[in-house]
Ligand binder design. Structure first.
Ligand code: RM4
Ligand code: MN
Ligand code: MN
Length: 396
């Protein structure tokens, strides 16, 4: 491996890549995993039993701590409220810290109650809008108690049939609700607005795309930002282009990483289209290299129907790390020169060659220096953790 690293280092420095800087940036990477990615999730047809599945938020955090333990770059966990609600938030915060991780984004559920049949913040009834707002306030209180920065909001609001409600009125209600939420946020806290063009409503979604999310975020000021879930676009959408625009407008607040084949599949990040993830990271690195300020929450939003949660999340974290590493070794200077020369092939090759580079030796070196195993997935699988929790949790 040492030898492979030396070879790669030689090759990259010839291309003008500053490897020490690349390694430092890889060590500083932070990816947030979702509490809901550990438990037994499923499809609307069936939720299959999962061996050793965590039974509560404490066990989910214990599992998340494993992902961080083996990768070194997954130090925080996002929560959904009320799914992960506890009585003692201080206790939960300390429990997480004891495991070497921390609590991250808070996601309000505005889709579970009977009252939300016709929407939450966009509902025609002010009492329902009030209820939705109160739930968001409750989530901000939780953020204050656990020291969380991000309120990550996805709305299930929409209508099923033409004429069901008034589009413009719903937009006004939405803006009013989001404004009230932003006003409640404390110093350093942010509202991340997550869009999705379909589901669960069939005719229209109130926050369908990055355009409307960003328009609202712009009106609401610096605390409101757009969140991009990779599975929330029409097929064929150029997500890396959206990322570039959001960066340029100072409105990229965060990601929900996952991958999809057809719909909002929430599959393992990079499992279907690794080149897309690389191109997204390429935009992020290009901007960072130019000194553009970025304050982005890198979060995973996945649901594992057939895979065990911890392993799926280790896989995802590593895939994200690989995409980042490949974007970091893109020869920026050469790329710019090829672009300005109108050399389409040459410019594209700068990206393709970086994407096709095996960055394993680089990641192994970084992991060693961070006191982490060279192969996180293999090390976790050999650790005996799953057998232990299956015994404890399933009583087998
Ligand atoms: C949505 C969206 C949210 C997720 C909910 C449960 O599709 O992706 O981020 O938390 O599902
Ligand atoms: Mn999401
Ligand atoms: Mn989703």
């Amino acid at each position: 491996m040492r030898q492979r690293y030396e070879l790669l280092a030689e090759e990259l420095s010839a291309k003008g890549v500053d490897l020490a800087r690349v390694e430092a940036r890889l060590k500083a990477q932070e990816i947030e995993t979702p509490s809901w990615g550990y438990g037994a999730m499923g499809t609307r047809f069936k939720v299959f039993k999962k061996e050793g599945a965590p039974r509560n938020i404490y066990e989910k955090l214990a599992d998340a701590a494993q992902v961080h333990r083996y990768t070194g770059v997954a130090p925080s966990v996002a929560l959904h409220i009320p799914w992960d609600k506890v009585d003692d938030w201080q206790g939960l915060k300390q429990y997480a810290e004891g495991l070497g991780i921390r609590l991250g984004a808070i996601n309000p559920n505005l889709f579970q109650e009977e009252e939300y049949k016709f929407g939450s913040l966009c509902h025609f009834d002010p009492a329902v809008r009030r209820q939705a707002l109160e739930h968001c306030y409750e989530c901000i209180d939780i953020m204050n108690q656990v020291g969380s920065r991000n309120l990550s909001l996805w709305l299930a609001d929409g209508t099923d049939y033409p004429g069901q409600d008034d589009f413009r009125q719903r937009k006004h209600r939405l803006e009013e609700g989001l404004r009230a939420i932003v006003q409640r946020l404390g110093e350093g806290q942010r509202l991340l607005i997550e869009y999705k063009f379909f589901e669960p409503a069939f005719y229209h979604t109130d926050l369908p795309d990055w355009g409307l999310a960003t328009l609202l975020a712009q009106r609401l000021g610096p605390k409101a930002l757009t969140l991009v879930d990779l599975g929330h676009h029409p097929q064929g959408t150029n997500i890396e282009h959206i990322i570039a625009i959001l960066i340029d407008e100072g409105k990229l607040g965060g990601f929900h990483f996952n991958n999809r084949k057809y719909a909002d599949d929430d599959l393992t990040t990079s499992s279907i289209n690794p080149y897309e993830l690389f191109l997204i990271f390429n935009e992020l690195v290009a901007a960072a290299d130019e000194g553009v300020p970025l304050d982005v929450a890198y979060m995973i939003d996945q649901s594992h129907n057939t895979k065990p949660g911890i392993e799926a999340l280790i896989q995802s974290v590593v895939n994200i790390q690989v995409a980042y590493a490949k974007a970091l070794i893109v020869p920026r200077q050469a790329l710019r020169e090829r672009q300005l020369a109108g050399d389409v092939i040459g410019a594209e090759q700068c990206l393709i060659e970086a994407f096709q580079t095996d960055v394993t030796p680089l990641l192994v070196k970084v992991r060693e220096e961070m006191d982490r195993p060279a192969d996180p997935l293999a090390a976790f699988r050999a650790s005996g953790y799953m057998a232990k929790v299956i015994r404890e949790r399933d009583g087998a």
